[in-house]
Design a protein around this ligand. Structure first.
Ligand SMILES: Cc1cc2nc3c(=O)[nH]c(=O)nc-3n(C[C@H](O)[C@H](O)[C@H](O)COP(=O)(O)OP(=O)(O)OC[C@H]3O[C@@H](n4cnc5c(N)ncnc54)[C@H](O)[C@@H]3O)c2cc1C
Ligand code: SF4
Length: 527
């Protein structure tokens, strides 16, 4: 039986979009199955009643673009939609140091080996730093804190996948207004805009200044005849003929419509949780891939993420203005508290302001209310009730000792098994405490008062937007699920190419490393 496609890619985040693009460029017939929607700027959620949440229990009814998983002691946040996490990420593209790859990684993966792939990603994502004249208040506070504590040489602006207009500035009249964004056409033929510092990076950039995957790798894949099917949730993969059958549900207006396609090759790009869950279900529930490594699910990491808000009373920090993150102070050399971590300025969108703006554009048509809402919006934008809050953010090298598995509560043995996480904070407590101490010192040095949330001080709970591992790279199936080329041990032409293959915490934002590995995997796949 002839296969309908050469390659089926599952998921369209960094791993999925990049492998799909590069293989389609080589003339392969590529199908991308993505569980989330294809988003247009006018549909981005803004009001509470909009489609924010992707609910894995009833995705046919709730398929918004944020998928939050609540485990014991850990909340994981991830994207869902054509473009995956890039749709809601903070645009940081940063490379780890050479030393990261010395331990825990297959010997073939070194910084030198990844360098050409990092460069390819940087070019495609059009990365740049924020112009000094547009530096945010948070950027200045970071720099001041680093200098005052004697760490000035560790401070640096970060590379962002954002396009800036050099003439934009905070002195413009109504600077965040969309009319200040300048249109341009990117190398993939897509219309984009320039950044207006509206602070909405994590809830979608309406002026397309963020260089997201749906504006570069994905249209380039489609230009090379890849087919992208949104709202296709893959359930399992099964060896069939000379390749694999991929079984999915099409999510259609509240219904799940089953279907399947087949291909010689399958690439999982469903993310750390998504790819791990799929392979767990194939091995343990459907038993279609029974020989997947027993290492599956092991050595999962939350990448040491932690956020400490601080109140700098009397100072305009304006965390809702400017790109969500734009600078870092690097402690990855382990010289402080014998821990490795990376401090960043965090930001958050002005949800109330955005809500009012959305109401103004789509809601009531009555003049009186439009006027009132408009005035209220201006006051909120101008006065910014949280303007003195500095969200000190960080990542660090944690113990990467979580375990993902399928389970159900003991009191409900009839329920369908769900993805669960076994996470023990003990071996990672040191790095989080070192981060908290540094956040406190930086806040004190810049006139702020930090507030370490009781979710950490009492409960030792964490939240991560950077889940890593689950289908880790290794040298054999005793210490990994895939090899250094993303090939699944024991199953020819089955690959994993996303955050699930990262074997250790990277200690800083991981998408550039995930993207570089995906570029390498695609490059090494034989035609
Ligand atoms: C709010 C936020 C901010 C972030 N900011 C940054 C940042 O600034 N810099 C950085 O480096 N990282 C950032 N990250 C993390 C970054 O988004 C992820 O590391 C990255 O997207 C992971 O890439 P991936 O390819 O592994 O998976 P993803 O990008 O998560 O893509 C996986 C895709 O697979 C789809 N999928 C899952 N299961 C299935 C299935 N069964 N069938 C079909 N499709 C499926 C999902 O819907 C998703 O689109 C941020 C994350 C969040 C949530
Ligand atoms: S600050 Fe606003 S305009 Fe700039 S990249 Fe973020 S969302 Fe887009």
């Amino acid at each position: 039986m002839a296969n309908s496609f050469d390659v089926i890619v599952i998921g369209s985040g960094f791993g999925g979009a990049i492998t799909a693009c590069r293989l389609a460029e080589r003339g392969m017939r590529v199908l991308v199955l993505e569980r989330g929607r294809r988003w247009e700027t006018q549909d981005y959620p803004r009001k509470p009643s909009d489609a924010w949440i992707f609910n894995p229990d009833e995705p046919e009814k709730q398929n918004g673009w944020i998928d939050m998983r609540f485990y014991d002691d850990m909340i994981v946040v991830q994207g869902a939609g054509v473009g995956g996490g890039s749709l809601i990420y903070a645009n940081i593209h940063v490379e780890p140091k050479e030393e990261l790859f010395h331990q825990g990684w297959p010997s073939e993966i070194t910084y030198g080996e990844l360098k050409p792939y990092y460069e390819k990603v940087g070019k495609m994502m059009n990365i740049q730093t924020i112009p000094e004249t547009q530096a945010t208040q948070r950027y200045h506070v970071m720099k001041e804190g680093a200098n005052k504590l004697g760490y000035g040489s560790r401070f640096r602006p970060l590379h962002l996948a954002v396009t800036f207009d050099p003439v934009w500035n905070y002195g413009l009249k109504d600077p965040f207004n969309e009319r200040h964004s300048k249109k341009w056409i990117n190398d993939q033929g897509q219309e984009q805009g320039t950044c207006i510092h509206c602070g909405n990076c994590d809830i979608g950039c309406k002026v397309k200044a963020k260089n997201t995957l749906d504006l570069n790798y994905i249209p380039w894949a489609e230009r090379h005849r890849a087919e992208v099917r949104p709202l296709h949730l893959v359930n399992y993969i099964k060896p069939e003929g000379n390749g694999y059958g991929v079984y999915f549900d099409r999510l259609d207006r509240g219904e799940r419509i089953p279907g399947h396609e087949n291909a010689r090759m399958v690439i999982l790009g469903a993310g750390s949780l998504g790819s791990t869950e799929l392979l767990l279900r194939c091995r343990d529930q459907y038993k279609t891939l029974p020989h997947i490594s027993p290492f599956l699910g092991h050595n999962w990491s939350s990448n040491g993420d932690f956020l400490t808000p601080a109140f700098h009373v009397g100072r305009q920090i304006s965390p809702s203005q400017g790109p969500t993150i734009s600078s870092a102070i690097d402690f990855l050399d382990g010289s402080v508290d014998h821990q490795q971590f990376f401090i960043e300025d965090g930001g958050f969108p002005d949800l109330l302001g955005n809500y009012l703006e959305a109401k103004l554009n789509t809601g009531t048509k009555r003049r009186k209310y439009r006027f009132l809402l408009g005035e209220l919006g201006k006051v909120i934008r101008g006065r910014d009730p949280l303007s003195c809050v500095m969200p000190w953010f960080s990542q660090g090298i944690d113990a990467a000792n979580g375990r993902l598995y399928l389970g159900r509560p003991w009191y409900a043995p009839w329920r369908k098994k769900k993805l669960k996480l076994d996470w023990d904070i003990k071996r990672s407590e040191g790095v989080i405490n070192a981060i908290v101490n540094m956040h406190k010192r930086l806040a004190d040095a810049t006139g702020g008062k930090s507030w370490v949330p009781p979710s950490w001080t009492i409960l030792k709970n964490l939240i991560t937007p950077h889940p890593l591992g689950g289908c880790n790279m290794g040298t054999t199936s005793t210490n990994g699920v895939v090899n250094h080329q993303g090939a699944v041990f024991g199953y020819p032409n089955l690959y994993v190419a996303d955050g699930a293959i990262i074997p250790e915490a990277v200690g800083l934002n991981p998408s550039k490393t995930i993207a570089a590995l995906a570029e390498r995997i695609a490059h090494l796949i034989p035609s």
